[in-house]
Ligand binder design. Structure first.
Ligand SMILES: Cc1ncc(COP(=O)(O)O)c(C=O)c1O
Length: 464
């Protein structure tokens, strides 16, 4: 597989063309590229990423996006629609996530650019609120090791000490007493996931809520992945532990509209039980020669088109639409898990639902990945232990996909059994699977990033 497949096929632009390129020419090129790239996930064999897969829904959102794409959501006097869209996105998400149970404060939220954006905003809010109300200048947060890397990124960006605590290897969830032990006088928040990215398991949020309340710290629930699907799973009767604002002690929740909310990429919601925590991170520069500046979050100008399209996505599905899609996703995920469990050599980690991960105590699980890759499957690789992960989405619910997974897996396990004791070719890389599984893998990641970024700049000339 090449990261640069277009170099030989399409003109590479290293400077702005002297004259306008005809629009039909541009569209012909882009249609070809888009169709080829869509072909990779339309089979239903790619984990996560393409949550919806419904081209009619995409077309509808594209129409909505087009009406507002050029509008700057920062300038609310000329686009009050941005306030309508974001306010209603926040209200609808809050309603879905137990907002009605909040009776001790006024809740609020921010629409952000994605899961990472929501997590970053929560972290700044806790940091700044604790500075203002508790005088904390060296803040820390406690995260189960399984909570998303975006928390560590936030710590890196904002000078917050992100303390990782281990999870129970049997359940792949954190033990509340382990979190409680890690709290000190500078802890501003603890974190739980519903569910975590790696294993799809839900931390014990009610118990973490009690820990948060008894220590006077915040509890952020990362529902970036699960926030827009677990509520429907609960309604459908699946065994999903409580994780939303109906749980005492939960002070903020992130939930990605651009995942199971089926919006376009670039949108997510972070909700706060108390607006005061959200407001703590507002930015003001009132003595600037450019005018009095204020912004509610990290971004400056953004496209109102994304807000409009996200809003339209929630309306397009409606609760019954979300429930119906969730029904297919949960039943497909459980059928796939049954296929995994039918092999004694494989072990599912913890008790997941729509997103699951499996490993093997008998052979290197990456042999299974190597084989499945040849059959067109693209999983995400994990480490400690080596495991492969599948987030089931709309495209997997197509007829025949779960069956294809089961039959390809039978062959993959036979392939891996023949290679016991040998190490496999692929390894754990977030969002893709490649490389080798030792310390060289760390160097490989750095090399890969440098290589892609250098080509992105298109200087020096691209190679094939
Ligand atoms: C649980 C969880 N949190 C946060 C994120 C980060 O989201 P994003 O990639 O949209 O920034 C992800 C992404 O998959 C996730 O699964």
């Amino acid at each position: 597989m090449s990261y640069y497949p277009y170099t030989d096929r399409f003109e590479v632009h290293r400077s702005i063309p002297e004259h306008s390129v005809p629009r039909d020419e541009v569209m012909a090129t882009l249609r070809q590229i888009a169709a080829e790239e869509d072909g990779s996930w339309e089979t239903g064999q790619v984990s996560g990423s393409y949550y919806c897969g419904d081209h009619e829904h995409y077309e509808h959102m594209t129409g909505v996006f087009g009406l507002f794409a050029h509008v700057n959501a920062l300038q609310r006097d000329v686009c009050p629609s941005a306030t309508k869209f974001s306010g209603e996105i926040i209200a609808m998400t809050l309603d879905m996530l137990g907002g009605a149970a909040i009776d001790d404060s006024t809740p609020g939220g921010i629409v952000t650019s994605g899961g990472t954006g929501s997590i970053l905003h929560a972290l700044i809010a806790y940091r700044d609120h604790a500075r203002q109300t508790r005088g904390i200048t060296t803040p820390n947060v406690i995260k189960p090791e399984t909570a998303h890397a975006a928390f560590d990124k936030g710590g890196h960006l904002f000078g917050i000490d992100v303390r990782r605590v281990p999870v129970d290897p049997d359940t792949a969830t954190v033990r509340p007493e382990v979190v409680a032990d890690a709290i000190d006088e500078n802890t501003v928040a603890i974190i739980g996931s519903a569910c975590n990215y790696g294993y799809g398991t839900v931390d014990p949020i009610p118990e973490l809520g009690q820990v948060a309340l008894s220590h006077g710290v915040g509890l952020h629930v990362d529902g970036c992945l699960g926030g827009f699907i677990l509520p429907w799973g609960r309604e459908l009767g699946y065994d999903i532990p409580p994780f939303d604002f109906s749980v005492p002690g939960v002070t903020s929740i992130s939930a990605d509209t651009h995942k199971y909310g089926y919006g376009f990429k670039g949108s997510s919601v972070v909700l706060f039980r108390d607006q005061a925590v959200r407001n703590a991170q507002y930015f003001y520069l009132t003595d600037w020669s450019g005018g009095k500046y204020c912004s509610p979050g990290i971004d400056g100008s953004t496209s109102n088109g994304l807000l409009a399209a996200t809003w339209a996505s929630l309306l397009d599905y409606g609760k019954d639409g979300y429930r119906n899609v969730a029904r297919g996703i949960f039943s497909t995920a459980f059928a796939m898990q049954d296929a995994v469990r039918s092999h004694p050599e494989l072990r599912i980690i913890g008790s997941p639902t729509f997103c699951f991960s499996f490993t093997s105590d008998e052979f290197d699980i990456y042999h299974v990945n190597d084989f499945m890759k040849l059959r067109g499957w693209r999983f995400n690789g994990q480490q400690y232990p080596n495991a492969i992960h599948m987030a089931v989405t709309g495209p997997q619910t197509q007829p025949g996909v779960a069956e294809r997974f089961a039959s390809d897996l039978d062959e993959a396990v036979a392939y891996a059994n023949e290679r016991r004791g040998e190490s496999a070719g692929s390894a754990a890389i977030y969002g893709g699977v490649a490389g080798g599984m030792t310390n060289e893998a760390d160097d490989f990641i750095r090399m890969m990033m440098a290589d892609i970024m250098d080509h992105q700049l298109a200087v020096p000339p691209l190679e094939g």
